[in-house]
Ligand binder design. Structure first.
Ligand code: UFG
Length: 328
């Protein structure tokens, strides 16, 4: 039995779908503050899924999960706040939820002798890029509390391995994109801040705002590495297998090694929608580095992970999912 925290959210739910399709038994633990019960109901149709509502900030909530489910063998931990701008305005919320919540989870794991965890980390732990593409040896100097909260957790996991033998795989995501290939689940944030859904959602009343066209890049807009959500879910399956095979604590970038500019993403969305999308050029958004591209060689070599889906496919699936969301 695999415990998935945050399994009602965007990335967590796609991993749960991948687990269920492999025939694994899954428990999702989620507060439903940002995740959706509708997502859980959908997932339940595809396998043996138990849902437990609770909050990692309450130690008893998560202890109770382990106490009544002695067959949990590993944890995948997605539950977190993940908005960079919000973390700058309200660091307390990020450190308390992300760091303290994870401490409660790890402590409950140790108490019940569960010693394998796959953790949702981020490219934001690297901070401003010193070189590109970014490999795992790149210095980690986060420039916002969100990235710092994830880095702190990575450090705590190192110490918990040394002292208690808790094995972790930390997956540092670049820009996650797309939706389930059959549009059963997808990205569902309220409010939405991410590029692709915002371009796809734009209307004449709600124009898409492009933040900054004066960056030092080929067309002046920010370059990002868009990794498909199903490829990302597959990497988590590989990470779990790696730990089950006795793999040591480790960390990997999850990206494609290809960068795409905001303008390229915008044009690709127009092509897929088959119409022009209302656009407004705006000033830069605070804290956006010009270029963030992953060197993904380590995940390929060690986890035998091969990302298969390109940006066009991610946008197509995101668009199909947007139609499902807007029809409900
Ligand atoms: N952008 C726009 N308009 C929008 C939304 C985004 O122009 O409405 C631009 C941004 O300015 C940026 C690019 O599109 O240049 C990508 O922005 P996203 O918000 O989609 O993604 P980020 O690169 O800011 O953030 C992602 C994750 C974070 C993580 C970060 C790591 O969402 O959780 O990568 O650097 F911290």
């Amino acid at each position: 039995m695999i415990l998935v925290t945050g399994g009602a959210g965007y990335v967590g739910s796609h991993f749960v779908m991948a687990l269920l399709e492999k025939g694994e038994d899954v428990i999702v633990f989620d507060s439903l503050e940002l995740g959706h019960m509708e997502t859980i109901e959908t997932l339940k149709q595809y396998g043996n899924l138990k849902f437990i509502k609770g909050n990692l900030k309450h130690l008893d909530d998560i202890r109770g999960v382990f106490m009544s489910n002695k067959d949990i063998t590993a944890v995948a931990h997605f539950a977190a706040y993940s908005q960079v701008a919000e973390s700058v305005k309200n660091p307390q919320k990020y450190y308390y939820n992300n760091v303290y919540g994870t401490l409660n989870l790890l402590n409950a794991m140790l108490e019940f002798n569960v010693k394998k965890i796959v953790f949702s980390s981020t490219a934001a732990t690297y901070g401003e890029p010193v070189y590109t593409p970014i490999d795992e040896k790149h210095p980690q100097n986060p420039i916002n509390p969100y990235g710092m909260s994830k880095l702190m957790i990575e450090k705590i996991m190192d110490d918990y391995d040394k002292a208690y033998g808790l094995k972790s795989v930390r997956l540092r995501y670049f820009n996650v994109a797309g939706a389930d290939s059959s549009s059963r689940i997808g990205e569902w944030h309220e409010p939405e801040t991410h590029l692709i859904p915002n371009v796809l959602k734009a209307t004449s009343e709600k124009t898409f705002k492009m933040f900054g066209t004066d960056y030092d890049t080929q067309d002046g807009t920010c370059v990002r590495d868009y990794i498909n959500i199903e490829d990302l879910a597959q990497a988590h399956l590989n990470a779990l297998e790696y730990l089950n095979n006795g793999g040591k604590t480790n960390y990997f970038n999850l990206g494609t090694k290809d960068g795409n500019s905001v303008k390229e993403v915008f044009s690709a969305c127009e092509n897929i929608k088959g119409c022009s999308i209302p656009l407004e050029i705006c000033p830069r958004r605070d804290g956006d580095p010009a270029t963030l591209v992953a060197d993904n060689s380590k995940a390929k070599d060690v986890l035998n992970w091969i990302p298969k889906n390109d940006l066009t496919y991610s946008i197509k699936t995101a668009y199909e999912w947007e139609k499902v969301l807007s029809s409900n």
